[in-house]
Design a protein around this ligand. Structure first.
Ligand SMILES: Nc1nc2c(ncn2[C@@H]2O[C@H](COP(=O)(O)OP(=O)(O)OP(=O)(O)O)[C@@H](O)[C@H]2O)c(=O)[nH]1
Length: 776
């Protein structure tokens, strides 16, 4: 439950009575640290400036109360106060007209009070992150606050919680200080300083510059996965070095042992990490110049994650942001954890001949497939059904999903929830990010990559397609839906997967239950889709059609019992067709390449782990790796395959690597791990053979390679290529490449990206795919 919900459920007056114990509020005001006061002062000035004339309508105390309430979030504070000011204006105007307030106006409801505030004029899906000011009608609107400088109820409640938290912390600090004694922080620090002198400056010098006063912890886009632990949230209040003196009694150990540069570097708040951007090349973080890109701002998912992080970071009703002393203590505790773990001995390589081991091993066929198709075609439901019917998901889980989905009025999405795990995904009924799941048949181990169908999330679909051996294209057969899908993402997705190297495609013609299992409709859809897929360069032998209903489970795992359907269809089920997959040829002998799909931080035994598919080559425990684009080296401590430790892994396998000897700041999703002996190079420019989806000309584009996307530009059109021979068409250089044509183009990037010949890239402009192809 979020802090605000908790607080709202409390009887404030009771809480206050308990806390007060007859004391004057003023006593507790001492608990606001100097740093907080300073922050309140600076925030007040900023808010006043932003309020303009409206600042005359609110008192300084109200501004500070709001700042405190919103964790110094200037924007929210201003929004709230603008509402207050506007309301007062109206009341005043009315007063002038009538000479007094009407009864109805004195008894304002919360909705009335806030109805005209910009805070509540926001899209429904964004409202979840906005925190309604607590019982604003109870706030003294003027006089009393200024006359009697008492703390607001919220502050008193917060202070009470803070006090309790501090008492608990005092107990836990004893334990921490024991750990501190057992560690030679300074020794470590010195060693680290020698290795990374630039970082020392960054970590020793907390960011005292003005920061965006966001109330929510910064979190990386959930492009990755829900398990990734992001860097610690930026402190809601900037640290002031002198503020340390405020808390010596609470956390004496803070005074004895400052977190080392190393600990600061690895575990300091994002505020510190942000600083490093100026010193390190922070790749992929350059802001796209294309403002129309729906991904230039936080995605709906980011917003939900941010809200969730905030809620969980406030779990237990800890109240207002932590004091400097508490933050320091946390930082040290984290640092200690890191120090302990860093002592893990480096695994030594057994120098196995991995390919020979692989030959000897008993193995199953392994295949990854991406599920694509227009929004709402039924992709997640179909995969949920498949996992349920194969007993990968149990009945209890499905029953729970069904019950919860019903409560949200989305009962038809219960099966989709097996894949769609995000809160936003569930409340909106759309897939946002790639969902990964596994199952096995007697012949093959499969990995499902369920892609979002909505056009706003094509970049996430690209990330899934980049890891796939083949594709399952889901088509909604219901009346009108097939046709609109063809105009939308059915075509775009199919073209994208093909141009990204996928050769085999299974077309699942879904929702046949809605058209009474009509064979005519199935034939019509198969014909049209087949014609299109052939024109998109899929070979006939690599295209198959499976009629089915994901919702009812007909022809997914079990054969249908519908008489109409069985009268004309006797072919394989979807699972049988999946199992017909030919073993995929792997680049076992090629140099090692692994693209990081996810990063996990903060594990007790393994503080830093990465997962992803081994694109090429092989590796074993103890191997050295080179991470690009950072150029940092690291070592493999251990390897997990299917959650089990294994001594080695080969191309095609989805693995988790537990890494040592690397600062997590040097690794990001989309980075490529290679062997230092045959490293992948970074590129700032490349030439590629591109199939144009739209008009291509020298223009700004977003370049996507798997999870990575960087702004860049098509610098030069070298020429168009013959589609069948691939030869350059002689003649004048084209000024524009039309959709459907293939061209050789030179692309410049705004940041370095690990790229090499044979890699697949997608070019997008303003949220539309304009081309896709292969690096030469
Ligand atoms: N009648 C019927 N409805 C289906 C079937 N499959 C899915 N649906 C419904 O179609 C709606 C969308 O299903 P999803 O599985 O979320 O579709 P999706 O393709 O995964 O959606 P995105 O990933 O957001 O593009 C849900 O209401 C499903 O219950 C089916 O076979 N028959």
């Amino acid at each position: 439950m979020s802090r605000h919900r908790l607080v709202k459920n409390l009887d404030l007056d009771n809480e206050l009575d308990d806390f007060e114990g007859g004391k004057d509020y003023d006593d507790t005001e001492e608990e606001i640290s100097e740093a907080d006061k300073e922050h309140l002062r600076a925030g007040t000035l900023e808010v006043k400036e932003m309020l303009g004339d409206a600042a005359n309508q609110v008192s300084e105390k109200e501004i500070q109360d709001s700042l405190w309430h919103y964790y110094y979030d200037i924007e929210k504070t201003v929004n709230y106060l603008l509402g207050v000011a506007e309301r007062r204006n109206k009341v005043e105007q009315k007063k002038k007209k009538t000479g007094c307030l009407s009864g109805s106006e004195t008894a304002l409801s919360f909705a009335k009070f806030s109805g005209d505030s910009t805070l509540f004029n926001i899209p429904v899906e964004r409202q979840s992150i906005l925190v309604a000011p607590m019982t604003p009608t109870e706030r003294p609107q003027s006089g009393p606050l200024e006359e009697k400088p008492k703390m607001s109820k919220l502050q008193v409640l917060a202070a009470s919680r803070k006090k309790k938290a501090q008492e608990q912390k005092a107990g836990s600090m004893e334990l921490i200080s024991k750990d501190v004694k057992g560690l030679t922080i300074n020794g470590k620090e010195d060693a680290v300083r020698k290795q990374i002198p630039e970082r020392q400056d960054v970590s020793m010098e907390p960011n005292t510059a003005k920061q965006p006063a966001r109330g929510f912890p910064f979190r990386k886009r959930k492009d990755s996965n829900p398990h990734e632990k992001s860097p610690k949230a930026p402190s809601p209040r900037p640290k002031k070095p002198e503020a340390q003196e405020d808390m010596p009694m609470e956390v004496p150990v803070v005074m004895k042992a400052e977190p080392s540069a190393f600990a600061n570097t690895m575990f300091s708040s994002t505020a510190c990490l942000t600083d490093t951007a100026s010193l390190f090349t922070m790749l992929y973080v350059a802001k796209p110049t294309n403002t129309a890109d729906p991904f230039s701002g936080p995605s709906p998912d980011d917003i939900v994650i941010a809200a969730q992080s905030k809620a969980s970071s406030n779990k237990g009703g800890k109240g207002p942001p932590k004091t400097n002393g508490e933050k320091k203590a946390d930082q040290i505790a984290n640092g200690i954890e890191a120090m302990k773990l860093d002592n893990t001995p480096r695994a030594t390589s057994k120098n196995l001949e991995v390919l020979k081991e692989y030959e000897k091993a008993e193995k199953k066929n392994e295949a990854n497939f991406v599920v694509i198709g227009h929004v709402d075609a039924g992709k997640s439901t179909m995969m949920g059904r498949l996992l349920y019917d194969l007993d990968v998901v149990d009945q209890r889980t499905i029953d729970r999903y069904r019950k919860d989905a019903e409560k949200m009025g989305k009962s038809s999405f219960a099966l989709a929830w097996v894949l769609d795990q995000g809160t936003e995904e569930r409340s909106r009924g759309v897939t946002i990010d790639i969902a990964m799941n596994k199952f096995a048949t007697s012949k093959t181990k499969f990995i499902i990559l369920d892609a979002p169908g909505h056009k706003d999330f094509v970049p996430n679909m690209i990330a899934g397609a980049a890891q796939a051996d083949f594709a399952v294209l889901v088509i909604d057969a219901s009346t009108g839906s097939f046709e609109s899908g063809l105009q939308g993402q059915t075509k775009e997705h199919a073209l994208l997967v093909r141009s990204m190297g996928v050769q085999r495609i299974i077309v699942a013609v879904n929702k046949l239950d809605t058209i009474n299992w009509s064979q005519d409709r199935f034939d019509e859809i198969s014909q049209q889709t087949s014609a299109f897929l052939l024109s998109a360069n899929f070979q006939k032998k690599n295209i198959t059609f499976i009629p089915c209903s994901g919702l009812q489970g007909d022809n997914i795992v079990r054969k249908s019992t519908e008489a109409v359907f069985t009268s004309w269809y006797t072919g394989p089920t979807l699972v049988e067709e999946l199992d017909n997959s030919e073993p995929v040829l792997r680049a076992l002998e090629k140099p090692l390449r692994m693209t990081i799909a996810d990063i996990f931080r903060g594990g007790v035994q393994n503080p830093l782990s990465v997962s992803g598919r081994l694109d090429a080559g092989s590796l074993q425990t103890g191997d050295a790796l080179l991470a690009q684009p950072s150029g940092e080296k690291c070592y493999i401590k251990s390897i997990d395959l299917d959650e089990q430790p294994v001594p080695w892994a080969v191309a095609g396998q989805h693995i988790t690597l537990h890494l040592a000897d690397i600062d997590p700041i040097h690794l990001k999703i989309g980075d490529v791990l290679s062997s230092p002996a045959s490293p992948i190079k970074n590129a700032e420019s490349f030439t590629a053979k591109i199939l144009a989806f739209g008009f291509l000309m020298p223009m700004k584009v977003d370049v996507h390679r798997g999870r990575v996307h960087v702004p860049g530009r098509v610098k030069r059109l070298v020429g168009t290529l013959d589609k069948t021979t691939g030869d350059l068409v002689k003649g004048k250089k084209p000024r524009v490449v039309k959709p459907g044509m293939v061209a050789r183009v030179v692309v410049d990037l705004d940041a370095q990206v690990p790229l090499e010949s044979g890699m697949r890239v997608v070019l997008r402009d303003e949220g539309e795919t304009v081309g896709s192809g292969v690096v030469e």
